[in-house]
Design a protein around this ligand. Structure first.
Ligand SMILES: *[C@@H]1O[C@H](CO)[C@@H](O)[C@H](O)[C@H]1NC(C)=O
Length: 567
């Protein structure tokens, strides 16, 4: 270790700072030696003890051999003669804790040393999950060398995540995803060192999750008998995620976003059959009746079963977009409000508190959407708040830990036009665009959260903004959300990737480097633009973000630097 550090220092002194390889997310500390070692023909990854690390070692060893990566951001003609240093014979893994439970707070730190003299590389990790993260980084150091061989850029890397919660939200209720597409998303997440799949599994449109305690919900509420997740499917997803260090957190959204329950229990619901435009954020209308005893018993059964099936300590209790305009439609709610002299909001907050207390009896910690707190309710301070509207500091100041998914940055479904029918606003009788037309040209085009969130926009979000050390709550991390009104497994790769990689980097690396300088889109750009192709080479159908010509002529497509191109 000492020798390699000395060499590293010398290499930096001689100016080899840019080894032209592209790591994403960028590790907290990378010292390039400006060199590369050839991988020996019988290169081995040794030392794995945890079965998931053993599998990962095999998987990454095959990946680097199949991928034979050639960076796209380096012009082909300028690629260096590679493998000039020694021969790398092995990567030895050493893990301090092979048995840590994959859960909130797990230590994912690792140190990776690929010495410039070759020989043995080492990966030292605090836990088995850290080893999986380090293997991913190692795979990104490897690329195609001379004579059909492989080389590894040599470097000393010390790394850990800035935020422990780095998620993707998948919505399998508006449109269904077959299990294999969820697994592929988990693969892509692991390439990006993301570690939480937030499964928004049910909603007003369909109920695809089988419950042993209430099989009627998916029998009647799924789109078809083929669009149901069986206990075996759920187990498959949990296990697959675990093997890649990805936690599965389930959300049963309620009391709104539940209309599908009416297929089997109409008596538990309010506003069923009413026009959605008056009583819900989107069709169909229908919310759980907060004072119906049968509805509450159902809620308890579902939470008992879900918290039993999903091993994570966190449980997502939903809680967004309640429409209190719905409640005067239901006589029992009106009577309750009068009897107890309560507003509809107060009834909602009371119900949420009862729900959060019940989750605690199941030995879980709740996440809820920010809505009831934003609207004036107060929830137990250990409740994790997931934001989509307000800045995270609003809730850290109140003592809540926060997961950030601000819709104006992290909703990756936005900007695809409208999906509700019979909307005359698309018709422009004059065929002329006018400044008054804020719908079509220059307007939102029917997408409530327009425009499309670009990777540059996503990367520019600082989750620590105005969150003070004195705040009793902290930011746990973020999630990029793919709501499924206009997406499903046919488009999931391109809708999420590569843009979610911009989110993944600020979740892992943070918005500030180890010298406390704000990370910039300019610095991120070459790594990101290369990563698009690397994701594609790994079987993820990431969307192109520029003509390949630009990738092959780095910076020639930049807006503001003609001088750099000329130089
Ligand atoms: C009902 O609640 C309001 C607001 O808290 C209060 O001002 C009012 O006195 C209450 N009425 C009764 C009958 O308790």
């Amino acid at each position: 270790m000492k020798i390699s550090l000395a060499i590293t220092a010398a290499a930096i002194a001689f100016g080899y700072v840019d080894a032209k390889t592209f790591l994403l997310p960028i590790p907290q500390s990378v010292e390039w030696t400006g060199n590369s070692a050839s991988l020996s023909k019988d290169f081995k990854i040794t030392g794995a003890k945890n079965p998931h690390v053993k599998d990962a070692a095999k998987r990454y060893n095959s990946l680097i051999h199949q991928e034979k990566w050639v960076p796209v951001q380096v012009p082909y003609t300028k690629q260096p003669a590679l493998g000039s240093a020694g021969t790398l014979k092995s990567l030895e893994i050493s893990v301090k804790d092979n048995y840590a439970k994959l859960d909130i707070g797990i230590d994912e730190s690792y140190t990776l040393d690929v010495p410039s003299k070759g020989g043995k590389a080492t990966l030292i990790a605090a836990t088995w999950v850290g080893a999986i993260r380090g293997l991913e980084t190692f795979s990104q150091l490897v690329e195609s060398g001379k004579h059909d061989g492989l080389i590894a850029h040599t470097a000393h890397i010390i790394d850990h995540p800035t935020y422990g919660h780095r998620g993707i939200l998948l919505d399998t209720a508006r449109n269904f995803y077959p299990v294999k597409d969820i697994l592929r998303t988990i693969d892509a997440m692991a390439f990006n060192k993301m570690n939480v799949l937030h499964w928004h599994v049910t909603d007003s449109q369909s109920w695809p999750l089988y419950f042993k305690s209430h099989p009627e919900l998916s029998e009647k509420g799924a789109y078809s008998s083929k669009e149901v997740y069986s206990p075996k499917d759920v187990e498959t997803i949990i296990r697959y995620g675990e093997s890649r260090g990805v936690r599965l957190i389930v959300e049963l959204d309620m009391p709104a976003h539940t209309a599908t329950i009416a297929e089997s229990h109409p008596d538990y619901m309010a506003c069923i059959g009413e026009w959605w435009g008056d009583f819900a954020a989107e069709p169909p209308a229908g919310q759980l009746n907060p004072i119906n005893e049968g509805a509450w018993k159902l809620v308890e059964d579902l939470i008992k079963e879900a918290t039993h099936i999903f091993p994570d300590t966190l449980y997502h209790a939903g809680g967004d977009e309640l429409n209190t305009a719905c409640w005067p439609k239901e006589k029992t709610i009106v009577a309750y409000a009068e009897k107890h002299n309560m507003t509809y909001n107060e009834i909602w907050f009371e119900w949420e508190n009862k729900l959060l207390d019940f989750v605690k009896t199941q030995k879980k910690r709740s996440i809820i959407w920010e809505d009831p707190i934003k609207d004036g309710g107060s929830m137990p301070v250990d409740t994790i708040v997931q934001t989509w509207l307000a800045p995270p500091s609003t809730y850290t100041a109140k003592g809540h830990d926060v997961i950030v998914s601000n819709y104006a940055y992290f909703y990756l479904d936005c900007g695809h036009g409208g999906w509700v029918g019979d909307d005359e606003r698309y018709i422009s009788p004059t065929q002329q665009e006018t400044p008054e037309d804020t719908f079509n040209y220059g307007g939102v085009g029917g997408s409530w959260c327009s425009p499309f969130k670009t990777w540059q926009r996503i990367y520019s979000y600082d989750m620590s903004f105005e969150v003070k050390d004195s705040h009793p709550g902290k930011v746990l991390g973020g999630e990029a959300a793919l709501w499924a009104e206009q997406s499903d497994y046919h488009v999931v790769d391109g809708r999420l990737w590569p843009r979610a990689s911009a989110a993944a980097e600020i979740y892992w690396s943070g918005s500030y480097d180890n010298k406390n300088q704000r990370r910039t889109v300019e610095e991120f750009q070459p790594r990101f633009l290369d990563w698009v192709y690397r994701l594609q080479s790994r079987g993820i159908n990431a969307e192109p973000v520029q003509p390949k010509w630009c990738a092959k002529h780095p910076q020639a497509c930049d807006l503001n630097n003609p001088k750099k191109v000329a130089a």
